[in-house]
Design a protein around this ligand. Structure first.
Ligand SMILES: Nc1ncnc2c1ncn2[C@@H]1O[C@H](COP(=O)(O)OP(=O)(O)OP(=O)(O)O)[C@@H](O)[C@H]1O
Ligand SMILES: [Mg+2]
Length: 360
Protein backbone atom coordinates (compact mmCIF):
# COMPACT_ATOMS: atom_id res chain seq x y z
CA UNK A 1 0.00 0.00 0.00
CA UNK A 2 3.05 2.30 -0.15
CA UNK A 3 2.64 5.66 -1.83
CA UNK A 4 -1.14 5.40 -1.95
CA UNK A 5 -3.19 8.36 -0.98
CA UNK A 6 -5.51 6.90 1.62
CA UNK A 7 -7.93 9.86 1.44
CA UNK A 8 -8.95 8.94 -2.09
CA UNK A 9 -11.04 5.83 -2.66
CA UNK A 10 -9.40 3.23 -4.83
CA UNK A 11 -10.76 3.60 -8.39
CA UNK A 12 -12.05 0.01 -8.34
CA UNK A 13 -13.65 0.28 -4.91
CA UNK A 14 -17.40 -0.23 -4.67
CA UNK A 15 -18.52 2.91 -2.91
CA UNK A 16 -21.99 1.91 -1.88
CA UNK A 17 -23.82 -1.35 -1.60
CA UNK A 18 -27.54 -1.84 -2.03
CA UNK A 19 -29.27 -3.59 0.86
CA UNK A 20 -30.90 -5.87 -1.70
CA UNK A 21 -27.39 -7.22 -2.48
CA UNK A 22 -26.99 -8.60 1.05
CA UNK A 23 -27.47 -12.33 1.62
CA UNK A 24 -29.20 -11.86 4.98
CA UNK A 25 -32.57 -10.28 5.52
CA UNK A 26 -32.37 -6.63 6.61
CA UNK A 27 -35.13 -4.48 8.11
CA UNK A 28 -34.52 -0.89 9.24
CA UNK A 29 -36.94 0.87 11.55
CA UNK A 30 -36.92 4.18 13.40
CA UNK A 31 -36.97 4.36 17.20
CA UNK A 32 -40.76 4.33 17.30
CA UNK A 33 -40.93 1.17 15.20
CA UNK A 34 -41.87 2.67 11.83
CA UNK A 35 -40.40 0.51 9.08
CA UNK A 36 -37.97 2.50 6.91
CA UNK A 37 -36.57 -0.23 4.65
CA UNK A 38 -36.88 -3.95 3.95
CA UNK A 39 -34.48 -5.77 1.67
CA UNK A 40 -35.28 -8.55 -0.76
CA UNK A 41 -33.93 -11.34 1.46
CA UNK A 42 -36.09 -10.15 4.40
CA UNK A 43 -39.17 -10.12 2.17
CA UNK A 44 -38.36 -13.66 1.05
CA UNK A 45 -37.75 -14.96 4.58
CA UNK A 46 -40.84 -13.36 6.09
CA UNK A 47 -42.98 -13.75 2.95
CA UNK A 48 -44.05 -10.14 3.41
CA UNK A 49 -43.89 -7.74 0.51
CA UNK A 50 -41.45 -4.86 1.13
CA UNK A 51 -43.79 -2.35 -0.55
CA UNK A 52 -46.54 -3.20 1.95
CA UNK A 53 -44.27 -2.94 4.97
CA UNK A 54 -42.44 0.37 4.55
CA UNK A 55 -44.01 3.24 6.48
CA UNK A 56 -46.03 0.95 8.77
CA UNK A 57 -45.46 -0.09 12.36
CA UNK A 58 -43.08 -3.02 12.69
CA UNK A 59 -45.30 -4.56 15.40
CA UNK A 60 -48.17 -4.81 12.90
CA UNK A 61 -46.24 -5.99 9.82
CA UNK A 62 -43.57 -8.14 11.48
CA UNK A 63 -45.01 -9.36 14.80
CA UNK A 64 -41.96 -11.45 15.72
CA UNK A 65 -42.39 -13.59 18.82
CA UNK A 66 -39.87 -15.77 20.66
CA UNK A 67 -40.41 -19.37 21.79
CA UNK A 68 -42.21 -18.22 24.91
CA UNK A 69 -44.62 -16.10 22.89
CA UNK A 70 -43.07 -12.78 23.97
CA UNK A 71 -43.25 -9.93 21.47
CA UNK A 72 -39.72 -9.36 20.23
CA UNK A 73 -39.96 -5.59 19.66
CA UNK A 74 -41.44 -4.97 23.10
CA UNK A 75 -38.71 -7.08 24.60
CA UNK A 76 -36.05 -5.25 22.54
CA UNK A 77 -37.38 -1.96 23.94
CA UNK A 78 -35.12 0.27 21.82
CA UNK A 79 -35.66 3.39 23.87
CA UNK A 80 -35.31 1.73 27.27
CA UNK A 81 -32.34 0.21 29.03
CA UNK A 82 -28.83 1.56 29.30
CA UNK A 83 -27.81 4.32 26.90
CA UNK A 84 -24.65 2.39 26.10
CA UNK A 85 -26.60 -0.58 24.73
CA UNK A 86 -26.09 -0.96 20.96
CA UNK A 87 -26.51 -4.65 20.21
CA UNK A 88 -29.19 -7.26 20.64
CA UNK A 89 -27.62 -10.73 20.18
CA UNK A 90 -29.10 -13.24 17.77
CA UNK A 91 -32.11 -15.23 18.97
CA UNK A 92 -34.74 -17.45 17.36
CA UNK A 93 -38.18 -15.94 16.61
CA UNK A 94 -41.22 -16.73 14.50
CA UNK A 95 -43.93 -14.87 12.64
CA UNK A 96 -47.40 -16.41 13.09
CA UNK A 97 -47.45 -19.59 10.99
CA UNK A 98 -44.02 -18.82 9.53
CA UNK A 99 -40.67 -20.62 9.70
CA UNK A 100 -38.18 -20.10 12.50
CA UNK A 101 -35.84 -17.16 11.92
CA UNK A 102 -32.72 -15.96 13.68
CA UNK A 103 -32.99 -12.26 14.45
CA UNK A 104 -30.37 -9.80 15.67
CA UNK A 105 -30.47 -6.04 16.01
CA UNK A 106 -28.23 -3.03 16.29
CA UNK A 107 -29.35 0.19 17.92
CA UNK A 108 -27.92 3.12 15.99
CA UNK A 109 -27.41 6.06 18.33
CA UNK A 110 -26.62 9.72 17.73
CA UNK A 111 -24.17 10.66 18.97
CA UNK A 112 -22.75 7.19 18.63
CA UNK A 113 -21.82 6.85 22.29
CA UNK A 114 -24.60 7.29 24.78
CA UNK A 115 -26.92 9.23 22.42
CA UNK A 116 -30.59 8.62 21.65
CA UNK A 117 -31.55 5.68 19.44
CA UNK A 118 -32.31 6.99 15.96
CA UNK A 119 -32.65 3.77 14.01
CA UNK A 120 -32.80 0.05 14.61
CA UNK A 121 -31.08 -2.18 12.03
CA UNK A 122 -32.33 -5.75 12.11
CA UNK A 123 -30.87 -8.83 10.40
CA UNK A 124 -32.75 -12.04 9.72
CA UNK A 125 -31.47 -15.50 8.85
CA UNK A 126 -33.16 -18.78 8.06
CA UNK A 127 -32.88 -20.89 11.22
CA UNK A 128 -33.91 -24.04 9.35
CA UNK A 129 -30.71 -24.23 7.30
CA UNK A 130 -28.58 -23.94 10.41
CA UNK A 131 -30.70 -26.46 12.31
CA UNK A 132 -30.35 -28.93 9.40
CA UNK A 133 -26.59 -28.48 9.40
CA UNK A 134 -26.46 -29.00 13.16
CA UNK A 135 -28.65 -32.07 12.86
CA UNK A 136 -26.40 -33.58 10.18
CA UNK A 137 -23.37 -32.85 12.40
CA UNK A 138 -25.13 -34.58 15.31
CA UNK A 139 -25.95 -37.55 13.04
CA UNK A 140 -22.32 -37.70 12.00
CA UNK A 141 -21.12 -37.75 15.59
CA UNK A 142 -23.55 -40.49 16.60
CA UNK A 143 -22.73 -42.60 13.52
CA UNK A 144 -19.00 -42.27 14.14
CA UNK A 145 -19.40 -43.10 17.82
CA UNK A 146 -21.45 -46.15 16.92
CA UNK A 147 -19.00 -47.32 14.26
CA UNK A 148 -16.07 -46.97 16.65
CA UNK A 149 -17.81 -48.62 19.55
CA UNK A 150 -18.47 -52.04 18.04
CA UNK A 151 -14.84 -52.92 17.12
CA UNK A 152 -13.58 -51.39 20.35
CA UNK A 153 -16.06 -53.45 22.38
CA UNK A 154 -14.66 -56.60 20.81
CA UNK A 155 -11.04 -55.49 21.35
CA UNK A 156 -11.80 -54.73 24.99
CA UNK A 157 -13.82 -57.93 25.48
CA UNK A 158 -11.25 -60.30 24.04
CA UNK A 159 -8.25 -58.70 25.72
CA UNK A 160 -10.03 -58.68 29.10
CA UNK A 161 -10.97 -62.36 28.69
CA UNK A 162 -7.46 -63.33 27.66
CA UNK A 163 -5.90 -61.45 30.57
CA UNK A 164 -8.28 -62.96 33.11
CA UNK A 165 -8.30 -66.55 31.83
CA UNK A 166 -5.09 -66.93 29.82
CA UNK A 167 -4.41 -70.49 30.99
CA UNK A 168 -7.87 -71.79 30.30
CA UNK A 169 -7.66 -71.38 26.53
CA UNK A 170 -5.87 -73.53 23.99
CA UNK A 171 -3.36 -71.91 21.64
CA UNK A 172 -5.83 -72.19 18.78
CA UNK A 173 -8.54 -70.38 20.74
CA UNK A 174 -6.09 -67.67 21.71
CA UNK A 175 -5.07 -67.29 18.10
CA UNK A 176 -8.67 -66.80 16.96
CA UNK A 177 -9.23 -64.16 19.62
CA UNK A 178 -6.02 -62.30 18.77
CA UNK A 179 -6.89 -62.39 15.07
CA UNK A 180 -10.26 -60.82 15.82
CA UNK A 181 -8.63 -58.15 17.98
CA UNK A 182 -6.13 -57.48 15.22
CA UNK A 183 -8.73 -57.11 12.49
CA UNK A 184 -10.99 -54.94 14.67
CA UNK A 185 -8.05 -52.67 15.44
CA UNK A 186 -7.49 -52.43 11.66
CA UNK A 187 -11.13 -51.48 11.24
CA UNK A 188 -10.82 -48.63 13.74
CA UNK A 189 -7.68 -47.35 12.02
CA UNK A 190 -9.36 -47.55 8.62
CA UNK A 191 -12.41 -45.70 9.85
CA UNK A 192 -10.29 -42.93 11.31
CA UNK A 193 -8.27 -42.62 8.08
CA UNK A 194 -11.53 -42.40 6.13
CA UNK A 195 -12.92 -39.77 8.47
CA UNK A 196 -9.80 -37.66 8.00
CA UNK A 197 -10.25 -37.93 4.22
CA UNK A 198 -13.88 -36.91 4.58
CA UNK A 199 -12.95 -33.87 6.61
CA UNK A 200 -10.28 -32.89 4.06
CA UNK A 201 -12.81 -33.26 1.23
CA UNK A 202 -15.45 -31.25 3.08
CA UNK A 203 -13.10 -28.41 3.93
CA UNK A 204 -11.58 -28.35 0.43
CA UNK A 205 -8.09 -29.10 1.78
CA UNK A 206 -7.46 -32.02 -0.57
CA UNK A 207 -4.18 -31.59 -2.45
CA UNK A 208 -3.53 -33.27 -5.77
CA UNK A 209 0.16 -34.05 -6.36
CA UNK A 210 0.44 -34.79 -10.05
CA UNK A 211 2.78 -37.24 -11.71
CA UNK A 212 2.49 -39.46 -14.76
CA UNK A 213 0.18 -42.30 -13.78
CA UNK A 214 -0.29 -45.43 -15.85
CA UNK A 215 -3.88 -46.29 -14.95
CA UNK A 216 -3.96 -49.86 -16.42
CA UNK A 217 -0.74 -50.64 -14.53
CA UNK A 218 -2.30 -49.39 -11.28
CA UNK A 219 -5.39 -51.54 -11.90
CA UNK A 220 -3.24 -54.64 -12.54
CA UNK A 221 -1.19 -53.97 -9.43
CA UNK A 222 -4.32 -53.73 -7.26
CA UNK A 223 -5.68 -56.93 -8.74
CA UNK A 224 -2.37 -58.72 -8.14
CA UNK A 225 -2.62 -57.66 -4.49
CA UNK A 226 -6.13 -59.08 -4.16
CA UNK A 227 -5.12 -62.32 -5.88
CA UNK A 228 -2.11 -62.64 -3.56
CA UNK A 229 -4.55 -62.23 -0.65
CA UNK A 230 -6.49 -65.27 -1.85
CA UNK A 231 -9.05 -64.14 -4.43
CA UNK A 232 -9.29 -66.23 -7.60
CA UNK A 233 -7.47 -64.69 -10.54
CA UNK A 234 -10.35 -65.21 -12.97
CA UNK A 235 -12.59 -62.98 -10.88
CA UNK A 236 -11.03 -59.93 -12.60
CA UNK A 237 -10.77 -58.86 -16.23
CA UNK A 238 -8.97 -55.75 -17.47
CA UNK A 239 -9.77 -54.26 -20.88
CA UNK A 240 -7.73 -51.37 -22.27
CA UNK A 241 -9.39 -49.87 -25.33
CA UNK A 242 -7.45 -47.76 -27.81
CA UNK A 243 -4.45 -45.53 -27.21
CA UNK A 244 -4.47 -43.83 -23.82
CA UNK A 245 -3.11 -40.28 -23.47
CA UNK A 246 -0.43 -39.51 -20.89
CA UNK A 247 -2.22 -38.68 -17.64
CA UNK A 248 -0.89 -36.43 -14.85
CA UNK A 249 -2.68 -37.51 -11.71
CA UNK A 250 -2.16 -38.15 -8.02
CA UNK A 251 -1.09 -41.79 -7.90
CA UNK A 252 -2.09 -42.47 -4.27
CA UNK A 253 -5.51 -41.00 -4.85
CA UNK A 254 -6.04 -42.96 -8.08
CA UNK A 255 -5.08 -46.13 -6.16
CA UNK A 256 -7.60 -45.20 -3.48
CA UNK A 257 -10.38 -44.60 -6.04
CA UNK A 258 -9.69 -47.86 -7.87
CA UNK A 259 -9.24 -49.77 -4.61
CA UNK A 260 -12.62 -48.59 -3.30
CA UNK A 261 -14.46 -49.43 -6.52
CA UNK A 262 -12.84 -52.88 -6.78
CA UNK A 263 -13.56 -53.59 -3.12
CA UNK A 264 -17.23 -52.60 -3.61
CA UNK A 265 -17.56 -54.72 -6.77
CA UNK A 266 -16.22 -57.74 -4.88
CA UNK A 267 -18.03 -57.11 -1.60
CA UNK A 268 -21.40 -55.79 -2.81
CA UNK A 269 -21.46 -57.27 -6.33
CA UNK A 270 -21.04 -60.77 -7.70
CA UNK A 271 -19.32 -62.62 -10.52
CA UNK A 272 -16.53 -61.40 -12.77
CA UNK A 273 -15.40 -57.82 -12.20
CA UNK A 274 -14.51 -56.09 -15.46
CA UNK A 275 -12.42 -52.94 -15.51
CA UNK A 276 -12.49 -51.01 -18.78
CA UNK A 277 -9.98 -48.20 -19.35
CA UNK A 278 -10.54 -46.05 -22.43
CA UNK A 279 -9.55 -42.64 -23.79
CA UNK A 280 -12.13 -39.85 -23.96
CA UNK A 281 -11.80 -36.47 -25.65
CA UNK A 282 -10.15 -34.73 -22.68
CA UNK A 283 -8.78 -37.57 -20.61
CA UNK A 284 -9.44 -41.14 -19.56
CA UNK A 285 -12.57 -43.00 -18.45
CA UNK A 286 -12.50 -46.04 -16.18
CA UNK A 287 -15.53 -48.31 -15.71
CA UNK A 288 -15.74 -50.95 -13.00
CA UNK A 289 -18.53 -53.46 -13.63
CA UNK A 290 -19.75 -56.47 -11.76
CA UNK A 291 -22.54 -58.98 -12.25
CA UNK A 292 -24.36 -58.55 -8.95
CA UNK A 293 -27.71 -56.96 -8.20
CA UNK A 294 -26.54 -53.49 -9.19
CA UNK A 295 -27.91 -50.22 -7.85
CA UNK A 296 -31.48 -49.07 -8.48
CA UNK A 297 -31.57 -45.89 -10.62
CA UNK A 298 -33.37 -43.93 -7.87
CA UNK A 299 -30.43 -44.60 -5.54
CA UNK A 300 -27.83 -43.47 -8.05
CA UNK A 301 -27.08 -40.16 -6.31
CA UNK A 302 -27.66 -41.44 -2.78
CA UNK A 303 -24.83 -43.99 -2.92
CA UNK A 304 -22.29 -41.16 -3.05
CA UNK A 305 -23.50 -39.64 0.24
CA UNK A 306 -21.69 -40.06 3.53
CA UNK A 307 -22.67 -43.09 5.57
CA UNK A 308 -25.17 -44.32 3.00
CA UNK A 309 -25.28 -48.09 2.94
CA UNK A 310 -27.63 -50.41 1.15
CA UNK A 311 -30.11 -52.74 2.77
CA UNK A 312 -28.78 -55.55 4.91
CA UNK A 313 -25.64 -54.18 6.47
CA UNK A 314 -24.14 -57.62 6.81
CA UNK A 315 -21.35 -56.70 4.42
CA UNK A 316 -19.92 -54.49 7.13
CA UNK A 317 -18.78 -51.23 5.49
CA UNK A 318 -19.16 -47.74 6.88
CA UNK A 319 -20.69 -46.13 3.79
CA UNK A 320 -17.86 -43.65 3.34
CA UNK A 321 -16.08 -45.32 0.41
CA UNK A 322 -18.06 -43.80 -2.45
CA UNK A 323 -18.25 -40.38 -0.82
CA UNK A 324 -14.46 -40.40 -0.71
CA UNK A 325 -14.23 -41.69 -4.31
CA UNK A 326 -16.41 -38.80 -5.48
CA UNK A 327 -14.34 -36.26 -3.55
CA UNK A 328 -11.05 -37.63 -4.93
CA UNK A 329 -12.32 -37.79 -8.54
CA UNK A 330 -13.68 -34.24 -8.33
CA UNK A 331 -10.41 -32.98 -6.84
CA UNK A 332 -8.83 -34.11 -10.13
CA UNK A 333 -11.50 -32.25 -12.13
CA UNK A 334 -13.34 -35.42 -13.13
CA UNK A 335 -16.77 -36.94 -12.53
CA UNK A 336 -18.13 -40.24 -11.26
CA UNK A 337 -21.48 -41.86 -12.01
CA UNK A 338 -23.21 -45.19 -11.54
CA UNK A 339 -25.54 -47.03 -13.88
CA UNK A 340 -26.61 -50.51 -14.78
CA UNK A 341 -23.76 -52.32 -16.51
CA UNK A 342 -24.14 -54.31 -19.76
CA UNK A 343 -23.98 -57.55 -17.75
CA UNK A 344 -26.69 -56.46 -15.34
CA UNK A 345 -24.70 -55.46 -12.24
CA UNK A 346 -23.45 -52.07 -11.14
CA UNK A 347 -21.18 -50.04 -13.41
CA UNK A 348 -19.23 -47.26 -11.74
CA UNK A 349 -17.59 -45.00 -14.29
CA UNK A 350 -15.21 -42.20 -13.49
CA UNK A 351 -13.40 -39.80 -15.78
CA UNK A 352 -10.23 -37.83 -15.16
CA UNK A 353 -8.72 -35.14 -17.37
CA UNK A 354 -5.19 -35.72 -18.71
CA UNK A 355 -3.97 -32.93 -16.37
CA UNK A 356 -0.74 -31.03 -16.59
CA UNK A 357 2.42 -31.22 -14.51
CA UNK A 358 2.25 -29.02 -11.40
CA UNK A 359 5.13 -26.88 -12.62
CA UNK A 360 3.62 -26.22 -16.07
N1 LIG B 1 -20.86 -52.70 -6.91
C1 LIG B 1 -21.92 -52.53 -6.12
N2 LIG B 1 -23.04 -53.31 -6.25
C2 LIG B 1 -24.11 -53.14 -5.45
N3 LIG B 1 -24.18 -52.22 -4.46
C3 LIG B 1 -23.12 -51.42 -4.27
C4 LIG B 1 -21.94 -51.51 -5.09
N4 LIG B 1 -21.06 -50.59 -4.67
C5 LIG B 1 -21.66 -49.94 -3.64
N5 LIG B 1 -22.88 -50.44 -3.39
C6 LIG B 1 -23.84 -49.97 -2.36
O1 LIG B 1 -23.53 -48.65 -2.02
C7 LIG B 1 -23.30 -48.53 -0.59
C8 LIG B 1 -22.26 -47.48 -0.32
O2 LIG B 1 -20.98 -47.86 -0.77
P1 LIG B 1 -19.68 -47.29 -0.07
O3 LIG B 1 -18.47 -47.82 -0.74
O4 LIG B 1 -19.84 -45.80 0.04
O5 LIG B 1 -19.81 -47.86 1.42
P2 LIG B 1 -19.49 -49.31 1.97
O6 LIG B 1 -18.82 -50.15 0.93
O7 LIG B 1 -20.75 -49.84 2.58
O8 LIG B 1 -18.48 -48.98 3.15
P3 LIG B 1 -16.93 -48.53 3.03
O9 LIG B 1 -16.61 -48.43 1.57
O10 LIG B 1 -16.90 -47.20 3.72
O11 LIG B 1 -16.20 -49.58 3.75
C9 LIG B 1 -22.89 -49.91 -0.18
O12 LIG B 1 -23.18 -50.17 1.20
C10 LIG B 1 -23.73 -50.81 -1.10
O13 LIG B 1 -25.03 -50.99 -0.58
MG1 LIG C 1 -17.16 -49.37 -0.13
Amino acid sequence: MQGENTDQPHPDAVCSIEIDDLPDGVIVADRTGRVLAVNRAAARLTRIDAGRAVGRDIRDVFPFRDHDGREWWKWLDPCGGLRTRTRQPECPVQLPGGPELLIAARLVRAPERGGDVVRVAITLRDAGARARLERSRADLVSTVAHELRSPLTSVKGFTATLLAKWNRFTDDQKLVMLETVNSDADRVTRLITELLDVSRIESGRLQVRRQVVDIPARVRRLIAGRVAAGEPEDRFRVEVRGELPETWLDQDKIDQILGNLLENAVRHGRGTVTIVVEPIEWGVAVSVRDRGEGIAPELATRVFRQFWRGQGRRRGGTGLGLFIVKGLVEAHGGTVTVQRGPEGGAEFRFTVPTGTPDFA
